[in-house]
Write a protein of this length. Structure first.
Ligand SMILES: Nc1ncnc2c1ncn2[C@@H]1O[C@H](COP(=O)(O)OP(=O)(O)OP(=O)(O)O)[C@@H](O)[C@H]1O
Ligand SMILES: [Mg+2]
Lengths: 332, 290
């Protein structure tokens, strides 16, 4: 069980309010991702849940019991840090067994759990090494192993993959998702990488300056972003935002259209191709001089023969247009 | 990249400093060994005949020698124990965020700036003196008889004085090491359910192992040759109760003017220092490997 409720949770460092009062419910077994730009308070929120920081106001409930004043050890949560925070002088085996040792578990059960975690995480061959003798990905797995042996109510991850190279990151992303499928334990995952958020989450929480901008499933956020911030933050490449005359024609202060919803070919818009990024499967054009915005990004499927300097016509898919009012809120 | 030629040139270039260092070391050592084999007493001028190991047998069979060896080891061991344990304790305390840490840190470090002779004199006259000392005064207030530290417990008193001098050094090294501990490790341990004591024992202490080794090695080098503190407090007494090897050599050479026996004592001290060094490296040297 791992249902976590935040009720008007607030955090101040001295005078500065990093998290204004905030409500959030995380259901049992959910994979929740906190995303937001750097410094928006993701780590702080996670540390509040873990108990590493004291709240300045409000209440944190875990499975219905008030955990606001419980010390970290009593909250039955496990955390994986960005720096892994392994104990460098202990072997992998001792690292993984550490929480069990602290709980005073008997030797046989301890060994059984460590062995099982090691086999799940492919660490069986490294149990007698020290963290310094492991690669980044293996260290990451040890950190996860140390978290899973405790069978916690929920896992907290703070940007666990940001120290890994791109290929490994994709692999570990999958492994964590699979782990979640198998354990069905609540996971809270902090990242600023919206691809990680989109691919892993059941529920995404978009934060800006400590405020929750929107909560929803990845596709909710993609299809119906509540405001311009979420619209621009979710999706890669970024949504194009157009204001001025073109927006007024749609009765809006600004309109947004994703690069993948603009087709190259006969259409109302026109511009000059600047840089084009060829990914093989897709091509991203940066189109200038459209009279709409500085740059309009367009995604065309497959390989494409347009070169820098070519004039091209663009046709936006009108039903995929997002409209925003002057406050930046979505117009239904 | 180094070619045969440039390597030869490099050797040629560093040769003067190597020669100088070797001379610096080998000439005094050679002279000490040579003198230790002569009958060489300044009170009996004349020729200094070669007598083989006679000086050594005098020195080693002198009843004061055994006392000196035991005292040397007690001094080193006792002071190491106090400074390392005290240093760890102070480092843990000073690492806590608290009001006025800056001032407290400077105060903790300050004994190290006091010259050994001065601090020994201050301790002897202002604290431990059975008539005028602060301890005697406190004892008087409590209605207890004054305790004459330097007469009744000379070695323990010297251990106390020297520990007071070296505690700042240990504290400083251990505090810097403590501050280099990644705070996320402690947070991880906290989440893993480790109590304050467990965090100290399983995380902080192993992290300090290397710094402790450095403290032990450096202090041992200096503590094997404590002299000033003994000279100004007890002068080795009462009797021979607080002499160490250095002090015994001093007595031979400068009080009995027996250069031969003093040199033999010097050589014995060198051998003892090497034995201690070998033991230390065996016991704790592996902590220094990365
Ligand atoms: N101990 C602290 N004292 C004062 N301010 C702090 C402290 N910790 C964090 N902050 C401030 O709180 C804000 C949120 O920090 P936080 O670490 O939660 O950001 P984040 O969203 O995790 O960013 P990133 O993606 O860069 O990790 C920042 O503006 C930061 O400066
Ligand atoms: Mg962070």
């Amino acid at each position: 069980m791992g249902r976590i409720t935040l009720d008007k949770v607030q955090k101040k460092f001295g005078e500065t309010e990093v998290i204004p009062p905030l409500d959030l419910t995380i259901e049992d077994g959910e994979f929740v991702v906190f995303v937001g730009p750097s410094g928006c308070g993701k780590s702080t929120l996670l540390r509040l849940i873990a108990g590493l920081e004291d709240v300045s106001g409000g209440e944190i409930r875990i499975d219905g019991t008030n955990a606001t004043d419980l010390p970290p050890a009593k909250r039955r949560l496990a955390m994986v840090f960005q720096s892994y925070a392994l104990y460098p002088h202990m072997t992998v085996r001792k690292n993984i067994a550490f929480p069990l040792k602290m709980a005073g578990m008997d030797e046989a059960e301890k060994t059984r759990r460590v062995e099982r975690a090691a086999s799940v995480l492919n660490l069986a061959d490294y149990l007698d090494r020290r963290p310094g003798q492991l690669s980044g990905g293996q260290r990451q797995r040890v950190a996860i192993g140390r978290a899973i042996v405790r069978e916690p109510a929920a896992f907290l991850f703070d940007e666990p993959l940001s120290n890994l190279d791109a290929a490994l990151r994709v692999g570990m992303r999958l492994e964590i998702s699979e782990l979640h499928k198998r354990l069905e334990t609540t996971m809270i995952y902090v990242t600023h990488d919206q691809v990680e958020a989109m691919t892993m989450a059941d529920k995404i929480v978009v934060l800006r300056a400590g405020h929750i901008e929107q909560v929803g499933s990845p596709l909710d956020l993609y299809r119906t972003p509540r405001n311009r911030f979420v619209a621009e933050f979710i999706g890669s490449p970024k949504m194009n935002i157009v204001d001025g005359e073109e927006a007024s024609r749609h009765d809006a202060h600004a309109i947004g259209i994703r690069p993948e919803h603009i087709d190259v070919g006969e259409g109302p818009w026109e511009g000059t191709v600047g840089v084009s990024e060829h990914l093989g499967s897709d091509t991203f054009f940066h189109v200038h001089d459209t009279g709409l915005a500085d740059v309009v990004t367009v995604r065309a499927p497959g390989e494409n023969s347009h070169r820098a300097g070519d004039r091209i016509s663009l046709s936006p898919q009108m039903d995929k247009l997002h409209r925003f009012d002057w406050e930046g809120l979505r117009i239904a | 990249m180094a070619t045969q030629h440039s390597r030869a040139a490099a050797r040629f270039m560093i040769a003067p400093s190597v020669v100088l260092l070797l001379a610096w070391m080998l000439i005094p050592l050679g002279m000490t060994i040579w003198f230790s084999l002569l009958r060489y007493n300044l009170l009996m001028p004349g020729d200094n005949p070669f007598v083989g190991f006679e000086n050594y047998s005098y020195f080693l069979t002198d009843p004061a020698f055994q006392t000196a060896i035991v005292n040397t080891l007690l001094l080193v061991g006792g002071i190491l124990l106090i400074t390392v344990c005290g240093g760890i304790g102070l480092a843990v305390l000073l690492d806590q965020p608290m009001w006025g840490t800056g001032i407290v840190r400077i105060m903790v470090i300050s004994p190290f700036f006091v010259m050994p002779t001065v601090s020994a004199l201050v301790w002897k006259n202002m604290f431990m003196n059975p008539v005028n000392g602060l301890f005697a005064y406190v004892a008087g207030v409590l209605g207890l008889p004054a305790f004459d530290f330097l007469t009744a417990a000379p070695l323990a008193s010297i251990i106390g004085i020297v520990s007071w001098q070296w505690l700042p050094f240990a504290t400083l090294i251990l505090l810097t090491a403590m501050q280099s501990l990644d705070s996320e490790q402690l947070e991880a341990a906290e989440i893993d359910g480790a109590s304050a004591w467990s965090r100290f024992y399983y995380i902080k202490l192993p992290h300090l192992a290397r710094a402790i080794t450095v403290v032990v090695l450096i202090q041992t080098i200096f503590l094997l040759s404590i002299f000033a503190e003994i000279y100004v407090t007890t002068a080795g007494g009462p009797g021979n109760a607080s002499i160490n090897l250095t002090y015994l050599v001093f007595q031979e050479s400068l009080q009995r003017y027996d250069v031969g026996t003093a040199s033999a004592g010097g050589v014995v001290a060198i051998i003892l220092a090497n034995i201690v060094a070998i033991f230390l490296m065996r016991m704790i040297g592996k902590n220094l490997d990365a």
